[in-house]
Write a protein that binds this ligand. Structure first.
Ligand SMILES: *Cc1c(COP(=O)(O)O)cnc(C)c1O
Length: 230
């Protein structure tokens, strides 16, 4: 996909510029927004180049690929690894102690398995299906608060925030609506001041829609394709 370091560096600059613009247009500071580079579609060497460009937050969505990259990039010790994909219960034990953030908590059976396998507190995002598409993972908006209340029983789970994926090809107006809906829900949960669920973060925005997500309050944007296009 990528033609080398030059193309990657150029794409990186353009992403930085767009993040800056989006932040400015909504009176936010660019430092409030953490770019998570989604390296799921590229090889180990390209992943290393992303790190060398200064991105320390890297995301994968497959267990085997995450483990392989971690093994190959041990010298990049400051990487924060994010797991952003659907995680099968039986694979929890393979990854849960090797990641810094888990973005796809969406069911109690998964929480139970994390509780059983985690050796420390795991920072989790609860995944929300804001657009209510049948094909998407995540809880419906009106299930989220009860779900998070139930997580109180799981001492190893810290709910740092909410995560969503917007539908592809939605209009800008619809995207603003989805992202602002998640922002409002996040603020309601934060206001409940549950010690295990500070819920201060919003993981939303991908290559297609991250400027809009930033305008609506994203604190983590998950960007893949935009880094790797030519
Ligand atoms: C692949 C993926 C991304 C990145 O998508 P791009 O469109 O390539 O930026 C973000 N979040 C999740 C959950 C993904 O699976």
């Amino acid at each position: 996909m990528v033609q080398g370091y030059q193309a990657l560096a150029k794409n990186s600059q353009s992403i930085q510029a767009k993040v800056g613009e989006a932040a400015k247009s909504s009176n936010r500071k660019p430092e409030e927004i953490q770019i998570v580079a989604v390296t799921k579609s590229v090889d180990i060497e390209t992943t290393r180049q992303v790190f060398q460009l200064g991105y320390q937050h890297l995301a994968e969505n497959r267990v085997s690929q995450l483990l392989e990259k971690q093994a190959a990039l041990q010298d990049c010790a400051s990487v924060k690894w994010h797991f952003i994909g659907h995680l099968q219960r039986r694979k929890v034990k393979l990854v849960i102690n090797k990641i810094d953030y888990f973005h796809a908590l969406d069911r109690l059976s998964l929480a139970e398995e994390i509780q059983k396998r985690a050796e420390r507190e795991i920072r989790c995002f609860v995944q929300v299906n804001v657009s209510n598409e049948a094909s998407k993972q995540g809880l419906a908006i009106d299930e989220v608060i009860n779900f998070i209340k139930e997580l109180k029983a799981f001492s190893k789970i810290k709910v740092v925030g909410l995560m969503t994926m917007a539908p592809k090809n939605a209009s800008d107006e619809t995207l603003h609506q989805f992202f602002t809906t998640l922002k409002r829900l996040q603020m309601r949960i934060e206001a409940l001041k549950m010690p295990y669920a500070p819920c201060t973060e919003l993981s939303m925005g991908m290559s297609q829609d991250y400027p809009i997500a930033i305008q609506e309050g994203a604190t983590f944007v998950r960007i893949g394709t935009a880094f790797f296009i030519n």
